[in-house]
Design a protein around this ligand. Structure first.
Ligand SMILES: [Zn+2]
Length: 354
């Protein structure tokens, strides 16, 4: 009898532990957005699209599209960054539709007016969008894909698995290279590389993303050549603090950096690659404890990305040449720009005016 009770107790304990582990795994699982762009490491099965009104096509299902590469573009017509992205997405539709790409615009509205189908229809027509668009008024598909910002582009391979996520404008060459790579794969997921015995199906994709980050066209005037290094090479080139801020998007503590209270005339370059970023004339005292600038030397020396970490939507500022994290830009700065580029001292190197 006693043994029976012990057995039952142990079984109970094991089940409780198992439930706890399962719960913790689910709770701590990294969200898709933690990699705001780049190749997903393991390829999860893409959730089926929720029901909605279809424009430009009969209702489609991902199951029915198996064997084709699918680009889901989460957008809403009221979103400025989405409008900027549309010409490129339309070009991909023209270029790759016949070669096996299906683009689906998942219209996920922000405001009530954007839920009106006649408004969506008018916008789709006026933007000349020819690919299928489906409304997602209840954000069901949006939530299923764990989307957090407009626009978000998600690429599915021919087997219906999520292989790439890109949040925000830009990096079009990188996204297009992934499209090409996925189109070149066999419907069963095999590639020349995997046939040759590579470990991971995603390796060639990662290589494409790395290469295109460096060799892409349209990098912007003034930045003739991108600087691309592996994490290991950056570690060698930078101090641990620089590596943390520049390459891991860290933030130095306020009032601790070299430049928050620095007033000499000169320029500030990227501490990672040396690209000229800010001038001392644009520097102002923001009392935040971080060096603050009204504007960069040129919009071609920086790029911005939507950063949704820590539950806030902020605009991250990166060096356009090497992609290093510099800080964030806010719209509470002084005239005439009204902007405040809040930059880590660690990300900068001051060069005295000669
Ligand atoms: Zn740089």
């Amino acid at each position: 009898m006693k043994q029976k009770i012990i057995l039952v107790m142990s079984l109970l304990t094991v089940s409780v532990m198992l439930a706890l582990v399962t719960f913790l795994y689910a709770a701590l699982r990294p969200r898709a957005l933690s990699s705001s762009f780049g190749i997903t490491d393991n390829a999860p099965r893409a959730p089926e699209l929720a029901a909605g009104s279809w424009l430009n096509s009969d209702p489609l299902t991902l199951k029915g599209l198996r064997g084709r590469v699918v680009l889901l573009e989460f957008w809403t017509y009221g979103c400025y960054n989405c409008t900027n992205t549309l010409p490129t997405v339309k070009r991909w539709d023209e270029r790759y539709r016949e070669r096996g790409l299906t683009i689906i615009g998942v219209h996920s509205p922000e405001f009530d007016s954007e839920k009106q189908i006649e408004n969506v229809r008018r916008q789709v027509r006026s933007h000349g969008i020819r690919y299928p668009v489906v409304t997602d008024n209840e954000h069901t598909t949006w939530r299923a894909y764990d989307v957090g910002a407009w626009p978000t582009l998600i690429l599915l391979d021919k087997q219906g698995r999520i292989r790439y996520t890109r949040v925000g404008e830009g990096k079009y060459d990188q996204t297009e290279n992934v499209i090409k790579t996925l189109l070149a794969e066999q419907a069963d997921g095999a590639t020349e590389q995997t046939k040759a015995g590579a470990n991971s199906i995603n390796e060639p994709l990662a290589a494409v993303a790395r290469a295109s980050a460096g060799g892409g066209k349209g990098a912007g005037a003034g930045v003739s050549e991108k600087v691309i290094k592996t994490d290991e090479e950056w570690r060698q080139a930078l101090t641990p603090e620089q590596f943390h801020v520049l390459r891991e998007k860290g933030t130095e503590r306020a009032f601790t950096g070299a430049y928050w209270d620095h007033h000499e005339a000169g320029g500030y370059t990227c501490a990672a690659c040396g690209l000229a970023l800010f001038n001392s004339e644009a520097k102002f005292d923001s009392s935040t404890g971080w060096p603050s600038f009204r504007e960069p030397i040129s919009q071609h020396s920086i790029e911005t990305e939507t950063d949704v970490s820590y539950g806030m939507a902020r605009t991250e500022v990166l060096c356009r040449r090497c992609g290093s994290h510099l800080g964030h830009v806010f719209d509470d700065g002084p005239a005439p720009t009204g902007l405040r580029y809040c930059i880590n001292s660690v990300s900068l190197k001051f060069v005295k005016q000669s």
